[in-house]
Design a protein around this ligand. Structure first.
Ligand SMILES: [Zn+2]
Length: 304
């Protein structure tokens, strides 16, 4: 995940919690969430405050204040509805931690002036005392045990459609075969090891995992990387066998030659290594951060 460390630093200072997508916790008694930002994927950084209840006069009051501080603090959009205040900072005008603190202070001062209740009751049922900080997939929350249990059960029902890592692995490999074929064609007939072929293998691997409904957690990424690297090696081996076959060598001999002739072996491994290099630069640097992190559901982690 690409992220300027100041957000984590900020969360640490405040004694907040985190998951892969956000940091969250109490600021002067009120619950706030600050999204982590993936600079390649997200257009905006969002800061939200979850309050127990707001009537329409209170909503208008908050909107008026937010409107008048837009320029000074540097956010460009906000919404106030269902007891939640959401403020978005555009990617390029964002002034970092300073702007977030300014916004938090502005809101807290306003909430206090409006006499809004601090986050002690569960914002979901408005009834029980809050018990813990929870990670709810993409976001974080402070809830009572009952509301969290309900969320968790709903989430488990959704998760049952997911299968194992093995199913994902097979899907990944089957899809990457098409990438292997294009690699072989490009190298045999056009004599190029192409960035396109390397990226195609990576792209198809990911598609295969998703198509097979493989289990989505942190292992997903490594399975896709592993299969892509294996597929590139395989593509390189097949390419060299095809080249030998074209010179009239029979299949068994071609395999024997490939692994006994140092020059051939070096050439074959060189071509695979070049593929890895392409993956590293054009694939992993750009593509990996775009893959979603694990959507944790459970007690949130304290930022250390
Ligand atoms: Zn509740």
């Amino acid at each position: 995940m690409i992220e300027f460390s100041f957000v984590k630093q900020m969360g640490k200072q405040l004694g907040w919690y985190q998951n892969n997508y956000a940091i969250f916790g109490l600021y002067k008694g009120y619950f706030f969430t600050v999204s982590k930002l993936n600079w390649l994927r997200d257009e905006q950084r969002r800061v939200s405050a979850t309050l127990n209840y707001l009537d329409s006069t209170q909503e208008e009051q908050i909107k008026t204040i937010l409107e008048s501080h837009k320029k000074k603090i540097g956010y460009d959009k906000f919404t106030v509805e269902y007891g939640t205040v959401k403020v978005s900072f555009g990617k390029w005008r964002f002034k970092g931690a300073k702007a977030i603190y300014q916004l938090l202070d502005l809101l807290v001062t306003l909430f206090q002036k409006m006499d809004l209740a601090k986050t002690e009751k569960c914002p979901d049922c408005q009834n029980n005392q809050v018990t813990n900080y929870y990670s709810l997939g993409h976001t974080g929350a402070i809830l009572c045990q009952t509301c969290f249990n309900e969320y968790e059960q709903g989430n488990l029902r959704e998760k049952t459609v997911e299968k194992s890592h093995w199913v994902g692995l097979i899907g990944t490999f089957v899809f990457s075969l098409l990438g292997i074929v294009s690699w072989v064609i490009l190298e045999v007939y056009l004599n190029v090891v192409s960035v396109l072929a390397a990226l195609l293998i990576l792209h198809l691997s990911e598609k295969g995992y998703t198509y097979a409904k493989g289990k989505t957690d942190h292992l997903k990424k490594y399975i896709i990387i592993g299969v892509s690297m294996f597929s590139i090696l395989l593509a390189s081996i097949i390419t060299h066998i095809v080249l030998l076959l074209q010179q009239g060598v029979i299949f068994e001999q071609a395999i024997e030659l490939l692994f006994s002739e140092p020059k051939l072996l070096r050439h074959m491994l060189g071509s695979a290594l070049f593929g890895y290099f392409l993956l590293l630069f054009f694939g992993f640097a750009i593509w990996l951060p775009l893959i979603d992190g694990e959507e944790e559901v459970g007690l949130a982690r304290r930022i250390k």
